[in-house]
Design a protein around this ligand. Structure first.
Ligand code: NI
Length: 476
């Protein structure tokens, strides 16, 4: 039995970090005494975040993948983790994602090519906690349908001992009286819609998670129990009170959050495929694209589970590519990210979590880019110089912010539509038939079908006289 750490008392700092700390951007509980432990419960409006564990914990598990449903035309990017051995959790996350994507496709018609404001569905995930008893994943959804974006979130807790995903209420020793406590805490609170609250409390709260001092965090969606402009609503309880509220499984989930490590269901062998099978020293530095027939192959949205194999193929053939990576994938797969740079490839920025930058406020665009630059620098020691905006969606605001961070924008000239067909032969055929001198070819290393075609693409292009170079080499 572990003891809880000392209680944090100040929640007013408003800053964007990697969401490792509990941050209250808008503390509405003016009556809560400060400077005193367990001054709870407290109610927050806005971006209060639970403690989250490094996703690289799962990224280091042998056979770990992130799965994705992406649609470049409809602006769908939905990603979730798949941990070997945690079948019930994997299934629940996959099912929830597919359901939401299906609903989105039904609700919003296929955008026309001329359409400027394209409805967007973005789903990402974070690791709440992980050990041999409990694994928790938070899914985070951003739905932008024009006028305003709606944020929703869900916690998914797996009891690793039974292999079952538990409802959020299973974390409480007495779900009924906890519901009463929530009702008493929130009813009459400034900004809370009491009628909605009454209705919503019939179900489990969307998020049950923990703060970094072992306190409980209950999260509601935007619009769920307060007006939309209030943002998400969170309620936190101090560590001592939390201990009384939790069931045995709830305590296991709390421990898995405070001291996360690799889940027991996963294979013990944590070795990642760190060994390129060939000496990776491509000799493209000397290629002069003014004379040579150059081409730049690019892979977006990774790195992911198949990227290590893709790197093996490139290393064997002494070829290079450019990877436009997502910050959250870099954070999940730090070893693969380091390999990209170590083995002579170029690594550019594709934002943190793949939102359409043209729909965001300038501060959000800055953060999407800066967070990704930071995590790439941390994992590789190199500062990226290229940005590919998600969906190729850009404008003057985006370009200016990118330039300020030392990034120039790169789109593409050959679109393989590999996300759509998911067919290796089709992808290979498109690349080999559409490539011209100085082409920039767009593919996605999150798709196994794309990775499977890499060897044939490299060989086929070389047969046509192409020299494979990075984007920066092509542009120099
Ligand atoms: Ni992309």
């Amino acid at each position: 039995m572990r003891s809880t750490r000392s209680t944090r008392t100040g929640f007013v700092t408003c800053m964007v970090t990697l969401a490792l700390l509990l941050i209250g951007c808008s503390d509405d509980t003016s009556d809560a005494p400060t400077g005193q432990a367990n001054a709870t419960p407290r109610v927050f409006f806005g971006d209060t975040e639970p403690i989250t564990a490094e996703t690289s914990l799962l990224g280091a598990v042998d056979g770990f993948h992130t799965r994705a449903i992406t649609d470049e035309r409809r602006h769908i990017h939905a990603i979730w983790p798949e941990v070997p051995g945690l079948d019930a959790l994997n299934e629940q996350l996959a099912k929830a994602t597919r359901q939401r994507v299906r609903g989105f496709r039904k609700d919003y018609p296929l955008p026309t090519p001329e359409q400027v404001a394209v409805p967007e569905l973005n789903r990402s995930w974070r690791l709440l906690g992980s050990d041999e008893e409990a694994v928790g994943v938070l899914t985070d959804e951003y739905l932008n349908a024009g006028a305003s974006a709606a944020m929703s979130w869900r916690s998914h807790w797996l009891d690793a001992e039974t292999g079952q995903v538990q409802p959020n209420s299973a974390l409480f020793s007495d779900a009924g009286s906890f519901r009463d406590l929530l009702r008493d805490t929130l009813a009459g609170h400034d900004g809370i819609d009491t009628d909605s609250l009454q209705r919503e409390l019939a179900d489990d709260p969307p998020v049950v998670a923990f703060t970094d001092d072992g306190g409980l965090l209950i999260g509601f969606d935007e619009y769920q129990i307060a007006a939309g402009d209030k943002g998400r609503v969170s309620i936190t309880f101090g560590a001592e009170q939390t201990d009384e509220l939790l069931s045995d499984f709830g305590r296991a989930a709390r421990d898995a959050s405070l001291d996360p490590h690799q889940p027991a269901a996963a294979p013990d062998d944590t070795a990642t495929s760190e060994s390129p099978t060939a000496d990776a020293s491509p000799e493209t530095q000397t290629v002069n694209c003014a004379k040579a027939k150059c081409i730049a192959i690019t892979y977006d949205d990774g790195p992911a589970g198949h990227t290590a194999h893709l790197l093996d193929v490139y290393a064997n053939k002494h070829a290079v590519a450019t990877f436009f990576s997502l910050g959250q994938q870099v954070a999940t797969f730090p070893d693969t990210t380091a390999r990209i740079v170590d083995e002579g490839h170029e690594l550019g920025v594709h934002t943190w979590d793949h939102k359409d930058l043209t729909t965001l406020a300038p501060a959000e665009v800055r953060s999407e880019i800066a967070r990704t630059v930071r995590v790439i620098e941390k994992q590789t020691g190199q500062r990226p110089t290229l940005l590919r905006p998600p969906y190729g969606a850009t404008n003057d605001m985006v370009r200016k912010i990118a330039e300020k961070q030392g990034l120039s924008e790169v789109l593409w000239s050959v679109d393989t539509l590999d996300w759509k067909d998911r067919d290796t032969d089709t992808v290979v055929r498109r690349v080999l038939s559409q490539s011209r001198r100085n082409s920039i070819v767009l593919m996605h290393d999150i798709h196994e079908t794309t990775v499977a075609g890499a060897g044939r693409i490299i060989d086929g292009l070389r047969k046509q006289g192409f020299e494979l170079v990075t984007v920066s080499q092509l542009k120099s």
